[in-house]
Structures are given as structure tokens and as C-alpha cells.
Design a protein around this ligand. Sequence first.
Ligand SMILES: Nc1ncnc2c1ncn2[C@@H]1O[C@H](COP(=O)(O)OP(=O)(O)O)[C@@H](O)[C@H]1O
Ligand SMILES: [Mg+2]
Length: 233
Amino acid sequence: MLTITELTAGYGPITALRGVTLTAEQGRITAVLGANGAGKTTLLRTISGLHRSTSGSVTLDGSTVTRVPAEKMPALGMSHVPEGRGVITELTVEENLRLGGLARGRVKADDLTRIYSLFPPLDERRHVAAATLSGGERQMLVIGRALMARPTLLLLDEPSLGLAPRIVTQIFELLKGLVDNEGLTVLLVEQNARSALSVADHGIVLNLGQVVADDSAATLAADDQLRHAYLGF
Ligand SMILES: Nc1ncnc2c1ncn2[C@@H]1O[C@H](COP(=O)(O)OP(=O)(O)O)[C@@H](O)[C@H]1O
Ligand SMILES: [Mg+2]
């Protein structure tokens, strides 16, 4: 379980997060929603140690990880999939996956087997350069690479961006399976609120760096006023 308390962060004079408090329950998908500029990416980057908070705390499974540098997070069970689907295009699919395992310290053959069974398109293409993958396959690769570190918490930044609805559904169904079958905790940042709420258990809505709603996904999806004001559907 991830607990964030009164987290504040910014960029020089710009305050991007203003006292954000939220919980991501173990074995659940918690969606973080909000318009462009709401602070979603800053939130994930601050949780994973890529950006420094100005105040507040982050706790993972009971341990405070507020000031832990990003490169130490995988060993503590936290994997961050940043926005943009960055892979090393010159390396093969398998080499990219191995880098994810190294983030945890070692690469196990079992872990590769598991990722290939979760993502059959990656299995077929394991020895081709990542440059040749489609957008959906690249998204699978960055998620697979994060899972190679055997995280308890997965942070995902806008995985659906630019993907066809059919592929988005496929990726979200897979996440749901990991959460239900393996107890993975997922914090899913999305501008695509409708799709995110269809797979999430719980949702948080950010506006200008503040939490303006925190409720079950079903309650948020049924709130017309909230949908029109902040969720764009
Ligand atoms: N590197 C940066 N330097 C200065 N301001 C930034 C930087 N990154 C984000 N911001 C600002 O912080 C706020 C939150 O941005 P961001 O976390 O990227 O929001 P979101 O992911 O919800 O679109 C915005 O006002 C944005 O302009
Ligand atoms: Mg963002």
C-alpha cells in the first residue's frame, strides 16, 4: 500500500502539488485523473524520487521512502513507467526487458518467461530491435520492463496516450489481471478518464495541484458535475 501525506512540490516559483494526500490500496488500481497541467506527472515523479518534494511524506508498505533516490526505488518494490514509452530503440526487446531486471539487481530466466506469457506479442519479437515495435507493443515493453523488477507498486503515466481503443482495453485488462491475481498495487495516471475509471477501483481527481475528489471509481464515473468540470466526458 502507498500512502501520500500532504505532498507539496514545484519548479522554482511554480507550485505543482499543493498538499496532496492519497492512498493506493494493495491489490487495487487507483486512477489519478485531471486535465493537462493538473500535476499528475509531477505527482508520479515525486513519489518515485525523480523530483524532490518540498514537504510531505511518501510511505510504501509502512516504510517512509520520501527522500529515497529514484535508482533505489526498484529494490524497495516501486517501479515507475514514465510518460512517453521510452525504450532503447537500438537494443532488442529482450535486452530492454533485461535492463528492467537489472534495476532490481539481477535478471532471472523465470521473470523473462513470465513477461513473455503476459505479453505474447513481445515473445514473438524478443530478438528484434525495439525500434520496430508498434506503439501498443512499446507500451507492453515498458510495462514488461517495469515488471521485470518484480514491483509491489507500479506507477503508470498515461499509458493510453495515442493508442487505439482496442489496444488500450487490452493493456488495461492485463493490468487488471495482475492486480487481481498477484496483488499488485497500481497508481494509474490518465487524462483518458473514461477508460481509466472503467478499470480502476478507486479514483483521485487533481486540479491545479490539489485533490478535488477522492472516491470509488463507480461514484466518480456517475458524478455528472465532476465529469463535466474536470474529467472531460
Ligand atoms: N520541468 C518543469 N518546469 C517548470 N514547470 C513545470 C515542469 N514540469 C511541469 N511543470 C508545471 O507544473 C504543473 C504540473 O505539470 P504536470 O505535472 O506535467 O501536469 P500533468 O501531468 O497533469 O499534465 C504545470 O503547471 C506545468 O506547467
Ligand atoms: Mg503528465
